[in-house]
Ligand binder design. Structure first.
Ligand SMILES: [Zn+2]
Ligand SMILES: [Zn+2]
Length: 330
């Protein structure tokens, strides 16, 4: 049964969000303007307020309420624009992607997620994205042998990954051409996004859809409150931060989105970390800027170096201290 007032415009909104996985505020404004003009009100997309879009989302939400789907909303961490995503409420990557990917492709995607949120997300450097070279290295499951030290942080954390490593290899891995196709499909399906600097990470929609699974998979329930965890929430808005700023004290767990940091400084007189009171420098980053803001990266870019290699070296240098600590504790 369709909710009262449900019309072609709502249908169009639903089709767009299903087709692309998500819809931005400006895209939604265009659709909302069409809905209002079909009802006889002339309104340009730019004039359409957030409330009008929220009204459409509510109506569409009621129309799909009986299915395993929901429309969730969050702010795009990079652009600051509001986005709505079409989300399966039964949310883990296996359920999500099983209809479109083969089992080998699915375990490749799991390796990419492990790389983004585990291997390349250390306490010293929360890069939370991967280069093309790093993705290609994940085409095959790791062989059953001790891993090189740069991967040491990930080896003990995930029982599923460990089981997969130990199992006789049913997973034959993917050819490089298949890796490229799967990544292309995941980007066009709205799961992943690739930045201008060619780093690959989970899109706003991917984050909204997998948020519960990410906390369950990558955070350690035994870590005490205030301890470092792989998946962190913004101090201000409580959403996941995979692109944002961090406190300059590397043991402090406060993270803020750029927009949330601006809001916080407007509301407070002093620019200090809400937890440890250290001056907030604003130039310590979560996400690819942890790499790209470094002088080594910028100099290498001027030299036209192979940036994937430069990114790897910066990450390994920053993470060495983490790995040494891990080695001691194992
Ligand atoms: Zn925030
Ligand atoms: Zn702090």
């Amino acid at each position: 049964m369709l909710p009262p007032g449900y019309n072609d415009g709502h249908r169009l909104f639903l089709q767009s969000i299903m087709a692309h996985g998500s819809i931005t505020f400006s895209q939604a404004q265009t659709i909302a303007a069409r809905i209002s003009s079909s009802l006889g009100t002339v309104q340009t997309p730019e004039e359409t307020p957030l409330e009008a879009i929220e009204h459409i989302v509510n109506t569409v939400g009621r129309a799909i309420a009986l299915h395993d789907y929901q429309i969730r909303t969050s702010i795009d961490q990079r652009t600051g624009e509001r986005v709505w995503a079409w989300v399966n409420t039964q949310s883990d990557p296996a359920t999500q992607m099983a209809t479109t990917l083969t089992p080998d492709e699915l375990s490749f995607v799991k390796r990419v997620l492990d790389a983004i949120f585990d291997t390349y997300n250390s306490q010293r450097m929360e890069k939370m994205c991967v280069t093309k070279a790093e993705v290609l290295k994940l085409s095959h499951p790791p062989r059953n042998r001790p891993r090189p030290s740069s991967d040491a942080a990930s080896s003990g954390a995930d029982p599923a990954a460990l089981a997969q490593q130990m199992a006789p290899s049913a997973d034959k891995g993917l050819r490089h051409s298949d890796v490229e196709r799967v990544i292309r499909d995941l980007i066009s399906g709205g799961w992943f996004e690739q930045s201008k600097e060619k780093f690959l990470t989970l899109s706003p929609r991917g984050l909204m859809e997998l948020q519960n699974w990410l906390f369950a998979s990558y955070n350690d329930p035994d870590v005490a409150e205030g301890g470092w965890q792989r998946i962190k929430k913004c101090e201000q808005c409580k959403e996941i931060v995979s692109w944002g700023q961090r406190c300059s004290v590397w043991t402090c767990i406060v993270r803020l989105h750029d927009g949330c940091a601006d809001k916080l400084w407007q509301a407070r007189r002093n620019h200090t970390c809400p937890r440890c009171n250290t001056e907030w420098s604003g130039d310590k980053f979560v996400g690819e800027r942890a790499i790209t803001s470094s002088r080594i990266y910028r100099d290498a870019k001027d030299r036209r170096a192979t940036m994937d290699t430069v990114a790897r070296d910066i990450f390994n240098a920053a993470t060495r201290d983490d790995n040494e600590e891990d080695d001691e504790s194992e």
